[in-house]
Design a protein around this ligand. Sequence first.
Ligand code: V55
Ligand code: FE
Length: 495
Amino acid sequence: MTRQIMQPFPDHPSFQGFNKPSRVEADIRDLEVIGEVPSDLDGVFFRVAPDAQFPPKLGTDIPFNGDGMVSAFRFRNGRVDFKQRYVRTDKFRLERDAGKALFGAYRNPLDDDESVKGEYRGTANTNVVVQNKKLWALKEDSPPVLMDPWTLETEGYSDLDGQMTSQTFTAHPKFDPNTGDMCAFGYAAKGLITKDMAYYEISPDNKIKHEVWFELPYYCMMHDFGLTEDYACFHVVPIVGSWERLEERKPHFGFDTTKEVYLGILPRRGDAKDIRWFKAPNCFASHVMNAFNDGEMVYFDVPMARNNGFPFFPDVHGAPFNRAEAAAVMTRWAVNMNDKSDNFHSMTRLSDFVGEFPRIDDRYAAMPYRHGFMLAQDLDRPLELPNGRSMSGLMPNLLGHMDHATGKTKQYFTGTTSTLQEPAFIPRPGSVSEGDGYLVAVENVLAEHRSDLVLFDAMRIDEGPIARMPLELRLRGGLHGNWVPASMLPENPAA
Ligand code: V55
Ligand code: FE
């Protein structure tokens, strides 16, 4: 069979300019370091980005459907090495063999090539975490894909040796800092567009210790959740989908401003019958900064907006995308499990940053915490480049730090020709106090079509990076990543 000639990527901002798929798999030994990388940092910063291997089968597609490309930045002795590989998902292998895209639109199998019916459609493009000495490449519509954390070779999809019956697994698992358990869920767990949710607590050696199945009030995108010492918290926001939409070839999801928002609270040691669903007026929220509980009071911190944040999942009633109403600010939702009413206890604004991609010092996940970080946008200093559009429409030129104890904030500004990708926190080796450490992030140097890795002292981001590692490569806008200390990785055969 002769391979089809590679076609150009679509003439669309999410496939051109800085967002053009790069498809570069690379190894760079010893990145140039401007400044200083602390010599006691020993670990890897993993991150993942969608990077379509082929132009979309149907001529266009949303940015969330690109094939997962994993980058690994290995820190040791003040040096940083770079490795980047595609996740060899089933989709990736089938399409590589065919020399073209075989799968249709994002989470719509109706236009898939006959030859791939029933195959996993996942792209493993949303998050990468380490558990049980493997790298898990995650996409919320399918099971996890396991990889070798050193070579980035793909092992394949895993159902945890048959333990996991959910058809899907979230890209936002949480790690209980007390036990190392991975707490996670799958939605559409019994199949596409089902309301079924499965909640799992998985030990560090991959045993499912606890499992709860329940139904959502309505089917919607369940992208993230909140974990506290005693509860798992699920925000139901009307980014809705239906078979009707798929039949009509509309995007899988659309936003419905007429539906209520819920916060479901599941006692972690309880059962489906113990869930309480609290109600709030319509709003938009996606990523969770952190959550914690004080007895029966449950606190859940999210960037929250009045309206839809995803331009490519349009309003189901036809309203145009409203950029001003899509602006999200950090907000603390509170509910009281002892309340007789199903209303929220309160919603409190935590800072004035407008943005998304909230992160914390993960040693303080699921417990009362003080320091939060996020990407934000200084709207008074807009980007000066036409081609710098990011996937979500958010063009973050600020890294923000908020101190929840004092209400004070600090920020780093990239200038008007660069933007930032989500940071990850690196604890200072030997430290235990919250916020004592570093932040690492990819900076998009849009003007030069280049990406830099930047490292900050987490408590002094306003002073700018302590080290900058220019890549001379362009890393497409990514989603999520994490710092993993060498102690959580297997022995490195190459070291
Ligand atoms: C998000 C990202 C996804 C996805 C669903 O909110 C939600 C982010 C990169 O893929 O499939
Ligand atoms: Fe996410």
